[in-house]
Design a binder for this molecule. Structure first.
Ligand code: ZN
Length: 594
């Protein structure tokens, strides 16, 4: 905290110096001094912006691990929305005082990220209005779970913070109920299920723990009990309200459609992806990519068929033939008990390949720690990367892998077929080297609090997806046709997520058409396809982020190749690209072409 206070004091001083000194410096030194003071003033502004952002959005600050406002829940009423819009307008006015041309490359991207964040906040409140039609926006569980699962808080700290937060819950749900107007059925159902999940966090066990501990006084314990009961009543009230509403909506057919339509989709795409393309253009690119990839898969199947099925005629239906071959190849996988060990074994091999081929410089000082996913994080993804947040930069970077031993035999073997011999290697490229982990190491070299808080997800996922193809192009896997076939299947998932999302939200495709796209177009199992359909009715644009980022990075690289001809250097391209941190590809593109 001391360090933060000091930074603020220095920042304030710099801003003042900047304003007063410009008029008095001589003509000859005007430009550089202005430049320096502008840069200092902007960096002071950015630091202050994040501090103020946390004060305005305490819940957001909690996820970032800031810690100062963990005991607050904001009441989502009209006053709060007006205050949020005013905050954005004020900060935009401050931002526009800076001449963007006088800022460094790193600052320019920060500038754009801040601008996008503020404009999006206004748009979300005034135009998108998810606060009206998405009841799952309202749920207090995450905040409580975050505190109770924290590895950095003492028991006393946890219980006292929870006690403070509990007092807001009744007003919170009263405001939520007031806000709801013609929601979608899907979000209403989700909100009911997720709010019921709150009782897994605010469970009676917690009361027993509080009772048994000696960190609260008797008076505090009594207050805890009362607030706990009131909070549960409020959550139950919200659930009953939604249950009744859901029934009415279904009976009267008056629910809002989960499809947001072209205008809102384009706008959300522009804010969330910050792409150089429109959503429509991206959709068209995905369509073309699907056709190209499918064609490649047919060629590979023709080539591999006699090797694996010497005595069986290849089915005339291409999709059927590809599907059969993929199923057969998927049986090649590691044993259940070797899953995590195999991932550990592969990381140094990937590093060796990257170094031998001179694809990008790797920093040996910051090792990646492969571990079994901690229990409180399980159940979301087979593999993920945990990177240190902006306020715990000394923490390790972890590669989390879900252990398969705990799964049933059937579940485990389905997962192993999915992450078979080839896909497991592609997964490691994506998550670790030279995918997410490598990108993260580079992002940390151009430290920017703004970028670590407002980082661009499409660039981050896009980079990981880009590296999968790049590694294969550079000869990883020895150009083995099996590896390419599996890669294409993996890549089709990303492409089809974009087609599905745009198809549902803008083109209005039916459930049957959606499932057909995933099962017959992307070789997915029915269960996976159904899960994806559901997810696509509960989100917009998010499913396109992987493909969008990947497509833009690949296009940028190809453009650079064309421009530089023989002077193009892949390693230099990668290192320059990553040097801008987790910024939108659109802006990195501009900076690289400046
Ligand atoms: Zn990823």
């Amino acid at each position: 905290m001391n360090k933060t206070a000091l930074t603020l004091a220095v920042a304030a001083a710099l801003t003042l110096v900047g304003c007063n000194s410009i008029n008095t410096v001589s003509e000859s030194t005007l430009k550089p001094v202005t430049q320096v003071t502008q840069n200092q003033a902007f960096s002071a502004f950015s630091d202050q912006f994040i501090e103020d952002l946390w004060r305005q959005y305490p819940e957001f600050s909690q996820y970032a691990g800031y810690g100062k406002y963990d005991d607050i829940i904001t009441i989502p009423n009209a006053t709060m929305r007006a205050s949020n819009v005013q905050f954005s307008k004020n900060k935009l006015a401050e931002l526009y005082n800076f001449d963007i041309n006088s800022l460094s490359g790193n600052q320019k991207t920060d500038y754009y990220l801040i601008e996008n964040n503020l404009k999006k906040a206004i748009w979300s409140t005034e135009k998108f209005k998810g606060w009206q039609w998405n009841p799952s926006t309202y749920n207090v569980s995450y905040g409580f779970a975050n505190i109770l699962n924290s590895r950095f808080k003492s028991e006393a700290d946890k219980f006292k913070t929870v006690l403070e937060r509990l007092k807001y819950v009744p007003d919170y749900y009263a405001a939520a109920q007031q806000n709801i107007d013609t929601p979608t059925i899907e979000y209403t159902q989700l909100a009911i299920a997720q709010n019921e999940g709150a009782f897994a966090v605010l469970k009676d066990d917690l009361l027993d723990q509080v009772d048994a501990s000696d960190v609260l006084t008797a008076q505090e314990k009594a207050l805890f009990k009362k607030r706990f009961a009131d909070a549960k009543t409020a959550i139950n009230g919200y659930i009953s309200f939604l249950t009744k509403l859901e029934k009415e909506l279904a009976e009267n057919g008056t629910a809002r459609s989960f499809r947001i339509g072209e205008e809102l989709y384009e706008e959300k795409f522009a804010f969330d992806i910050q792409s150089g393309y429109t959503a429509k253009k991206m959709y068209e690119k995905a369509l073309a990519d699907k056709a190209r990839v499918t064609k490649e898969m047919i060629t590979l199947t023709d080539q591999l068929w006699p090797k694996y099925f010497p005595d069986t005629t290849r089915p005339t239906d291409d999709i059927h033939a590809i599907s059969k071959l993929i199923k057969h190849l998927s049986q090649n996988h590691v044993a259940k008990e070797n899953f995590v060990a195999e991932i550990k074994r592969q990381i140094p091999l990937l590093e060796k390949f990257v170094m031998e081929k001179d694809l990008i410089t790797l920093d040996p000082e910051k090792p990646l720690v492969v571990r079994e996913t901690p229990e409180y994080m399980r159940g979301f993804a087979m593999a993920s990367i945990s990177s240190p947040g902006p306020y715990d930069s000394k923490e390790n970077t972890y590669y989390n892998v879900e252990p398969l031993e705990l799964r049933s035999e059937a579940q485990a073997s389905s997962i192993l077929r999915e992450y078979n011999h080839w896909i497991l290697q592609i997964l490691n490229i994506h998550e670790a080297v030279p995918g997410h982990y490598t990108q993260l190491v580079y992002a940390n070299k151009s430290p920017s609090l703004v970028k670590s808080v407002l980082r661009n997800g499409a660039m981050i996922e896009g980079w990981a997806v880009y590296t999968e193809r790049m590694m294969l192009e550079e000869g990883y896997g020895d150009h083995e046709p099996e590896m390419w076939l599996m890669y294409y299947k993996w890549n089709l998932r990303v492409i089809c997520n974009t087609l599905l999302d745009y198809g549902i939200q803008v083109n209005g495709i039916s459930r049957e058409q959606g499932l057909d796209l995933l099962m017959n177009g992307a070789f997915q199992e029915r269960a996976e396809a159904e899960g994806k359909w559901r997810r696509a009715t509960l989100s917009q644009v998010q499913l396109t982020s992987y493909y969008s980022g990947y497509r833009e990075i690949y296009d940028l690289r190809e453009k650079q190749k064309e421009q530089l001809g023989e002077n193009f250097d892949l390693k230099a391209f990668h290192e320059t690209f990553l040097s801008y941190g987790s910024a939108p590809v659109k802006y990195i593109n501009q900076l690289m072409n400046d």
